[in-house]
Design a protein around this ligand. Structure first.
Ligand code: MEV
Length: 328
């Protein structure tokens, strides 16, 4: 079996606005999705997943798209995870020119699904990397990021930026503005995450912002202001000014709330973190539920969040210096 892993990520600044070409700043975190791929000669695609914050599941597809059985998908997140693998495998076929080989794909992940930590991007990156290597091709990081981006774009009906997939493929701290994706120097950021146990629907949340932006000038201005915040946030980070970065994260959360993508539990965790002395706290990713990201070099925020009603898990997340890792 050929195995690759790829990290999750947090947005320090700029989610949603990045979809409209504004800059965003992200950090890869040491929570990973690991994907194993074993070629099979009957052309079938079999996906087995564990540890996706859901009961493990197995889905088997036929050799051709028309041959797919109905998947019993009481869990819409399971469907989503399977779609990412399905689309990633199409990219493996496209890169290698091999349309015949089937695959057993095994996913293990310690990134909760749909919670703003980039689980789908990490699965897409790791699946494409492992799948292409299983057929004898090793992709450069840029092509891997591009293919993983297209996977997200296809599954999310054209509503994806390059940010999540570039960050997962590359690791470290990154800045993304439209097609311009680059690594940036950032200090050792003291990231603490709060997770409410839930998930948001990225497609719906992105559509909601799109509608608001079309209807109200204030919403279009808000999206642009988030871009300005991300520019200032990047400056604060590269100057190692965590207090200023935290202040800007607080503004960013307020603007995301105005765009309707926060939730009661995310707001509750944000306020608990601020009350505990976090330098800054905001939702991360699409929102609607899932995770917040906070900056705090002390243990206070993690402790306070672990006692906050509605916070299912609080943990410190180290920066993942490397993106995709080739395990064997
Ligand atoms: C989702 O993790 C981040 C969004 O900005 C969508 C995207 O950039 O693809 C909401």
């Amino acid at each position: 079996m050929t195995r690759s892993s790829a990290p999750g990520k947090v947005y320090l600044f700029g989610e949603h606005a990045v979809v409209y070409g504004e800059p965003a700043v992200l950090c890869a975190i040491e929570r990973r999705a690991r994907v194993g791929v074993e070629p099979r000669d009957d052309g079938r695609l079999r996906v087995h997943a564990e540890d996706l914050s859901l009961d493990g599941f197995t889905v088997e597809y036929g050799a051709s798209a028309g041959d797919r059985p109905d998947v019993d998908v009481s869990e819409s997140l399971v469907t989503a995870a399977t779609q990412y693998v399905d689309s990633a495998i199409e990219h493996v076929r496209d890169v290698t020119g091999d349309e015949e080989t089937g695959f057993d794909v095994t996913i293990e992940s310690d990134i909760p699904l749909g919670a703003g930590l980039g689980s789908s991007a990490a699965v897409a990156v790791a699946a494409i990397d492992a799948g292409t290597r299983a057929l004898g091709t090793t992709l450069e990081s840029d092509e891997l990021a591009e293919r993983a981006y297209r996977t997200e774009y296809e599954v999310q009906d054209g509503q994806a930026s390059r940010a999540d997939t570039f960050c997962s493929a590359t690791g470290g701290a990154v800045r993304v503005e439209g097609d311009d994706c680059r690594s940036i120097e950032a200090p050792d950021v003291p990231i603490v995450i709060g997770f409410d146990g839930g998930a948001g629907d990225t497609g719906e949340l992105v559509s909601g912002v799109r509608s608001l932006r079309e209807e109200y000038e204030f919403a279009a201005d808000t999206v642009e202001t988030i871009g300005d915040l991300a520019r200032n946030g990047e400056d604060a980070l590269t100057a190692d000014d965590l207090e200023e970065a935290g202040r800007l994260m607080n503004f960013n959360h307020g603007l995301l709330s105005a765009l309707g993508v926060s939730s009661r539990s995310l707001d509750t965790m944000v306020w608990a973190a601020r009350d505990a002395g976090a330098l800054g706290a905001k939702l991360t990713g699409a929102g609607g539920g899932g995770c917040i990201v906070t900056l705090d070099p002390t243990p206070e925020t993690e402790t306070a969040l672990s006692f906050t009603p509605g916070c299912e898990e609080a943990f410190r997340a180290g920066l993942a210096e490397t993106g995709v890792e080739r395990l064997e």
